[in-house]
Design a binder for this molecule. Sequence first.
Ligand SMILES: Nc1ncnc2c1ncn2[C@@H]1O[C@H](COP(=O)(O)OP(=O)(O)O)[C@@H](O)[C@H]1O
Ligand SMILES: [Mg+2]
Length: 375
Amino acid sequence: MKNYKTVISLMSGTSVDTVDACLVKIFDDLKFEIVNSYSMSYPDEIREKILELANGNANIRDVCYMNFVIGELFAKCVNLLLKKSNFNKENVDFISSHGQTVCHIPENVEIGSVSVKSTLQIGDISVISQRTGIMTVGDFRTKDMAAGGQGAPLVPFADKILFGTDKNRLIQNIGGISNVTVISKDCDIFAFDNGPGNMLIDYFVNKLFNVPYDKDGEIALKGSVDYNWLNILMNEPYYLKKPPKTTGRELFNNEYAQKIYKTAPKNKYDVISTITNLTAKVISDSYKNFVFPKTSVDEAVIGGGGAYNSAIKKYLSEYLPNLVIKTHDDFNIPNKFKECLAFAYLGYFTLLKQPNNIPSCTGASYPVVMGKISY
Ligand SMILES: Nc1ncnc2c1ncn2[C@@H]1O[C@H](COP(=O)(O)OP(=O)(O)O)[C@@H](O)[C@H]1O
Ligand SMILES: [Mg+2]
């Protein structure tokens, strides 16, 4: 009997850059083998619509049909990956899809004496399973929230499996938002969102240089950091809020970027250097405030698209001269597909009917089995 499940996992983060798909085998001992992967760019019109939704500028009708549009797109991504891999769908055990977050409200909202936290990931799993002919698991976050958690972060569950506990490590993802998992022998595993990752960088390079992202950090490395502006930017109260904490486009959105641009330096290269330095400073300050007082750390492992940005890496090592900084690639986990891989593990545990949230990370009252299934 085969000792693995073949999974296609699907992820799209706050950057709304690409739909990332991983064809991966997960073995009974929880080791993995990535067979192939594929990133599909969002068509401009769809990306803009998602950003409209995420920025709160859409109505319920838009949300309704976009749930199906994203489902179609995710399914297309699966079918393209299968074709590219020359892989028969009959050999795929299941799809595990994160969906696309369009709204995340981790603090309580009270209406008619009912008080709730809420979150919405769209890309309907019925559409995905119908278009691909493959059983699909998805919609993980709601269960953790219903159990009293913030519905995030969920990736630490996979971090624990992937990295083990032989060393004290910081698993630092730098996507649209930056988030870290702290795995240490000295304390319970915990995690939080540091603050902006690439989101503000993407906004400013798009506005000032008309490119979608600062490839390899080349623009940032041409300018210099304006420490006056950096100090103003560091006044954001979120950075001093104690974990557990999560954030997203609800805070660091285009409106936020427009507001901070008012105090930006004139030189457009300096804007990019400074906003890139902010990402590194926010990460390193969060270690100093919330991690190092609790545990010593042997190494940080960075991943997500930001792991390809040399300026972020340079600034991080300037702020943290004594910390060994590696990337996921050093552990044979592609930086770009790490989060995607994490959702393969989450879906794997959904089907085992075993808990896949970590209450010490999400704030949930107890472990639960997250995820819904469309057969
Ligand atoms: N080669 C690169 N150089 C610099 N930045 C990159 C590179 N590749 C990706 N990125 C950045 O990473 C972002 C996407 O990262 P990702 O981990 O997919 O984030 P998310 O989970 O928010 O979608 C892009 O928007 C871009 O800013
Ligand atoms: Mg992405």
